[in-house]
Design a binder for this molecule. Structure first.
Ligand code: ARG
Ligand code: ZN
Length: 875
């Protein structure tokens, strides 16, 4: 049965302290848990004690030291219930045994390449011991970990180290950790293994010294330096920008090779997918470095937004995730180029969240019901959740936002809080009413804004008419108008912004219009010449905007808008408009000419020496096939889109070849590789030029790509050139792929890039190639990174081949999901979400997608995770 937000009740029993004694063993780890419980004054009187459990073997159970009679409790597959416990403070001692080696779900206690580690969010702690596994039960944990010294010389827990030493007369040793901060069990973690460490320290704003450690597989410490640097910068930034200081004596990060997600913010002991820790110039791209910086920051920032203030229940997930993504975005914006960061964040939002909002898996930023919480770690909760926080800042201004944050951090420290409580802090600190704003958390779907402008030459007035609407989404037929902060500018003929003086003198504070009604008009005065409106500057609201801007207006903005985001977006809008028309033409067997304005806009951007290279690289990107599919929305034919996009890239390449070549040459690498933003920006621009040049397919361009590949001295350039060769130069493809594999065969994270690239080749052979690679020795169905690299890239990034007209791509994913589901349901459910836009396909492909989904649905013993996704997808 689904869980519903409205059914929330406080826990009947609270846990004050937890003492764990964990005996690590490959197949029979023994966990003794001593829980100090007491009835919750806010709970129901006389309640049984119900503790969650999953795949546990119960060995013993005592209450206040006395073994419990078999009639006093009931054990099922999901719970241990004490039927009539004394209604007072009491102590339970529970002994369970689990098998870490057989734990292929990678939830609870498992082994990754011989290292013991844990993952408890959302509901994994119940796979370690019986416990009220819900985020509003906060306890103080002490953990003793014992293991064979040979097998696990390193033993780590939450909080501060207390003591450690040998277990006399044995080959074992132990360590005790104590975490003074009450926390929910999803933040529990332990690690035991043979790991190398890099150490550093950090002195906090109030002068406390924190020992920092990053633990990695033996021999890989050199690759952890960048993560350590990012960690120290994150710690400083959070003090300076949010006043958040670290609160333990140590902070440890452990990188593991088998991990279902990116990383996890366990108190004082973050555990990471090693892909987001390990980097060296030879093995990681600039994008990898940027991801590491952001994710290290993200997990660290959870220490306050997530850990010190946690969530009352899992419906409130965005309370920590949306806010923490917003914080990591701001950190990266400060560390790098703010406009470029905004462009890439918005591209991510549009490519991952917009389709979610437009399809059968649409859900509010704060869902009101779920069957499987693990399926709600989504782009909507994370990325749209961050946009909602960003809008709050746009509406309240820098100072008002900070006042609200300060109040939140102060008022709710130590709490398991709700979205309402979060919003109340901003309302109280600013004396405003956020009732309508709260709809952003409750209504799913992407709002649509239609904007048109009229200039009156006689009165020097300019009027903007704005209409908002929100399409129906699953479970939500009726929608209410939202409050939408629309940042705008009116750009005069000389490219300068005109003053935004409204007719009634109100409402354009900081250039932001507040849209609150279904239809609204804004009249600006003293506008002596016809301006071009620059709308939704900086993407101030996560909406789909349509306007009456002409191609000439867009070209003007692409060249002159003072807002870098809209400068970027104007050219993208021209390109997207063309690609939609050209896709329809391609489907009908014809072609449409490429608009001169687009070539002109791209050429002008290339020629503008004042622009940041990283920005130019973004501006040169042609909207992806998925972008075009989303824009078309119904009856999508991926082959037609691919043809239209290929033609456009070839035309742009032909028109701009000399300029592209000159820009490429001007950005030749100088000196040794450094991952800093400026150097990365130069590489990005040079590589974008190479990519567009190669899209022309000329011998000169392909020769350039080959030289680029052969002479690269870092992974960014080497891998980019490999991708260009693999996509654009079929005759150079195999030798280049083979050389790359030979060089990096012992490096799983690099092999992942090799797998992912091959899965994305937009040719019919891709399917057999992917099948073949599943049998390659480098591939392993049990490792989530391998599976996501090969199968995830095929389903998510190769639209023509995944959506093959013969249905073989859909069938491949269904087969993979059915196979994976038996071992790792979370991974299976993630892959299955690649069908999220299946209803927008043309009828033939829609039928094969539906057949694939139905085949998965029919699998006997399908996991709750996968069946939740297929169920909602087919509803
Ligand atoms: N809290 C983690 C993070 O955002 C992610 C945990 C994901 N858990 C899951 N069950 N999918 O950093
Ligand atoms: Zn997070």
């Amino acid at each position: 049965p689904p869980v519903r937000l409205g059914d929330y009740r406080p826990p009947d029993w609270l846990v004050d302290t937890v003492h764990l004694d964990v005996q690590l063993h490959p197949t029979a780890a023994r966990i003794r848990a001593r829980l100090a419980l007491r009835p919750n004054p806010e709970g129901r009187e006389g309640s049984p004690i119900v503790l969650d459990g999953d795949e546990l073997s119960l060995k013993s159970l005592t209450l206040d030291g006395v073994p419990l009679a078999g009639t006093a409790y009931v054990v099922t597959a999901t719970a241990l219930t004490l039927l009539a416990p004394p209604q007072r403070a009491l102590t339970l001692e529970i002994e369970t045994v689990v098998n870490p080696s057989a734990n292929t779900k990678l939830m609870g206690l498992y082994r990754s390449s011989g290292t013991y580690c844990t993952q408890c969010e959302a509901e994994g702690f119940r796979r370690i011991t019986y416990f009220p596994d819900r985020p509003d039960v906060l306890a103080v944990y002490t953990t003793r970990i014992e293991a064979e010294r040979e097998e696990a010389p390193i033993l780590l827990g939450n909080g501060n180290p207390v003591e450690s030493g040998p277990v006399e007369g044995t080959s074992r040793h132990y360590a005790v950790w104590h975490d003074p901060w009450p926390k929910p069990c999803y933040l529990f973690a332990l690690v035991g293994g043979r790991l190398d460490r890099i150490a550093d320290d950090f002195v906090t704003a109030t002068g406390k010294k924190v020992e920092l450690g990053i633990y990695v597989e033996p021999g890989k410490t050199e690759r952890a330096g960048y993560a350590m640097d990012a960690l120290k910068r994150s710690m400083r930034w959070d003090e300076e920008v949010f006043g958040c200081e670290y609160d333990l004596d140590v902070f440890n990060i452990v990188a593991v090779a088998d991990f279902n997600m990116g990383a996890m913010e366990n108190k004082g002991l973050n555990i990471f997918n090693d892909k987001y820790v390990l980097a060296s110039p030879q093995t990681a791209t600039d994008a990898d470095y940027a991801n590491i910086e952001t994710i290290i920051a993200h997990e660290y920032f959870h220490n306050w937004t997530g850990n010190r203030i946690t969530c009352r229940d899992w419906f409130q997930l965005c309370l920590k995730e949306g806010l923490t993504v917003f914080r990591d975005q701001e950190f990266s914006a400060d560390a790098r180029s703010r406009p470029v960061k905004r462009i890439s964040d918005v591209r991510l939002l549009k490519s991952h969240q917009f389709p979610e909002d437009a399809g059968p898996l649409a859900h509010p930023v704060r869902p009101s019901t779920y069957r499987e919480i693990n399926n709600f770690y989504t782009a909507t909760v994370y990325e749209k959740g961050a946009e909602v926080v960003r809008m709050l800042k746009t509406l309240l201004g820098e100072e008002g936002f900070r006042a609200g944050m300060d109040l939140y951090l102060d008022r709710h420290d130590g709490d398991a809080a709700t979205v309402e409580e979060f919003l109340a802090c901003f309302a109280d600190a600013n004396g405003v009413d956020l009732t309508q704003f709260a709809l952003w958390y409750a209504q799913s779907g992407t709002p649509q804004l239609a904007v048109s402008g009229t200039w009156d030459a006689a009165t020097h007035r300019y009027r903007l008419d704005v209409a908002q609407s929100l399409p129906a989404t699953p479970g939500q037929d009726q929608k209410q108008p939202m409050v939408i902060p629309l940042a705008i500018g009116l750009v005069g003929p000389d490219g300068r912004d005109l003053p935004l003086t409204l007719d009634d003198g109100s409402n354009a504070e900081r250039g932001v219009l507040r849209i609150t009604e279904p239809r609204q008009s804004f009249v600006f005065r003293d506008i002596a010449e016809r301006p071009v409106p620059s709308l939704n500057r900086g993407f101030s609201a996560p909406v789909k905007l349509s306007s009456d801007l002409s191609t000439a207006d867009l070209l003007f903005l692409a060249r002159h808008d003072s807002d870098p985001f809209n400068r970027f977006d104007a050219a993208q809008t021209i390109a997207l408009g063309h690609l939609v028309a050209a896709s329809a033409a391609a489907r009908a067997g014809s072609d449409v000419p490429v608009p001169d304005a687009l070539v002109e806009a791209l050429g002008a951007t290339l020629a503008d020496g004042a622009l940041d290279p990283a920005f130019v690289a973004q501006a040169l990107s042609i909207p992806s096939e998925a972008d075009v599919a989303r824009e078309i929305g119904v009856d999508v034919d991926p082959d037609a889109i691919h043809l239209a996009r290929t033609r456009l890239r070839r035309a742009v390449s032909a028109a701009l070849a000399p300029q592209l070549a000159a820009t490429y040459d001007r950005h030749a690498p100088a000196g040794t590789y450094s991952p800093d933003a400026a150097s990365a920006g130069r590489r990005a621009l040079r590589n974008s030029c190479l990519d567009l040049l190669a899209a022309g397919g000329t011998p000169d361009a392909l020769a350039r790509a080959q030289v680029h590949f052969d002479t690269a001295d870092n992974m960014t350039d080497r891998f980019f050139a490999l991708a260009v060769l693999a996509h654009a130069a079929p005759q150079a493809r195999e030798p280049a792929l083979a050389a790359f594999h030979e060089r990096f065969r012992d490096d799983p994270l690099v092999v992942d890039k090799w797998l992912a690239l091959q899965a994305q080749i937009a040719e019919p052979e891709a399917l057999e190639r992917v099948r073949g690679l599943t049998r390659h020795p480098a591939f392993a169905w049990t490792n989530p990174n391998r599976v996501r690299a090969l199968i995830g890239s095929f389903a998510g990034l190769n639209p023509t081949q995944f959506h093959r007209a013969d249905g073989a791509g859909h069938a491949l994913l269904a087969d993979a999901v059915i196979d994976i589901d038996g071992r790792n349901p979370q991974l299976a459910a993630r892959l299955l979400a690649a069908f999220k836009s299946w209803r927008s396909l043309e009828p033939g492909r829609r039928a094969s997608a539906e057949a694939a989904l139905r085949r998965v649905a029919a699998k006997p013993g399908l996991s709750p995770d996968a069946s939740d996704i297929v169920g909602r997808s087919l509803e």
